[in-house]
Design a protein around this ligand. Structure first.
Ligand SMILES: Nc1ncnc2c1ncn2[C@@H]1O[C@H](COP(=O)(O)OP(=O)(O)OP(=O)(O)O)[C@@H](O)[C@H]1O
Length: 248
């Protein structure tokens, strides 16, 4: 593994159906602490790639080295543990649990990961105090912690989802279209807060979005169409992702 790499993927092949690979990538290296924007037209495999990188899916071929561990060699339960210790997810629909308070939603990953608990202890903090601090950094009012998540606005829920991903300091944050429900100003302000907390936690950020105006804010861009040799023939290669249209 390259010394400044946090993720290194090699000779990867993934198919939902065995005869039709949708991802075929010779090599992909993601550097430690970089913020990477991932783009590509709808259906080209971005979410599938994130699920592979997060160990939710397993490729039919290839290696996915994360923090020096080839996660394709792990059993399903080992991969689940690896994910809960090292990776925080922020989904488009946020996946917050409506029957739990904001505080319980944010601290939930600590229940599944000793490592997250340990990192918090090392800072002489508790999951509760770290949740309070994250909420403050992300610009949410303190009183929000005891509320049910259903009483929050979309923008607030998104910040709660970010706090939940970051609590306990996982090295990698994976965000799949987490800003699509927001207007432009709210997207930008969420991103600058997200960058701030990722920097504070020294986390690497992988961020999928269809919004080309956000791209310049990131350190690197990954255009999935450019590295995926299995790009389905019905995508045209002209122009940027937003201009790409299905031609079949
Ligand atoms: N659970 C699944 N079972 C079978 N095929 C799937 C499944 N999930 C996705 N696919 C297929 O895999 C391809 C890539 O889907 P994916 O969701 O990764 O694309 P995407 O680039 O994230 O799209 P979008 O930008 O619309 O979210 C699509 O052809 C899709 O139909």
């Amino acid at each position: 593994m390259m010394s400044d790499a946090i993720i290194q993927l090699q000779a990867l092949q993934f198919a939902w159906k065995t005869d039709q690979p949708i991802l075929q990538i010779d090599e992909l290296v993601i550097k430690k602490r970089h913020k990477m924007f991932i783009k590509g037209p709808s259906g080209c495999g971005k979410t599938t790639l994130l699920a592979l990188l997060g160990g939710i899916l397993k490729p039919q071929q290839g290696q996915i080295n994360i923090l020096g561990q080839d996660i394709t060699q792990l059993s399903n339960s080992q991969r689940d543990l690896f994910r809960s210790e090292h990776i925080g997810f922020i989904f488009q629909m946020f996946n917050l649990l409506p029957y739990l308070s904001v505080l319980d939603n944010i601290t939930l990953p600590c229940r599944f990961s000793q490592k997250r608990q340990q990192r918090i202890k090392e800072k002489q903090a508790t999951p509760q105090s770290e949740a309070m601090q994250l909420v403050e950094t992300l610009g949410l009012p303190k009183g929000v912690l005891s509320k049910p998540v259903t009483e929050l606005s979309i923008g607030q829920q998104q910040r709660v989802a970010a706090a939940r991903a970051l609590i306990g300091g996982p090295e990698i944050i994976i965000a799949d279209e987490p800003t699509s429900a927001l207007d432009y100003d709210a997207r930008k302000s969420f991103l600058s807060l997200l960058f701030e907390v990722c920097d504070a936690y020294q986390a690497t950020l992988l961020f999928v979005s269809h919004d080309p105006t956000l791209e310049t804010l990131f350190d690197d861009t990954l255009s999935l169409m450019d590295i995926n040799k299995a790009t389905p023939h019905h995508f045209s290669h002209q122009g940027d992702n937003q201009q790409m249209k299905e031609v079949s």
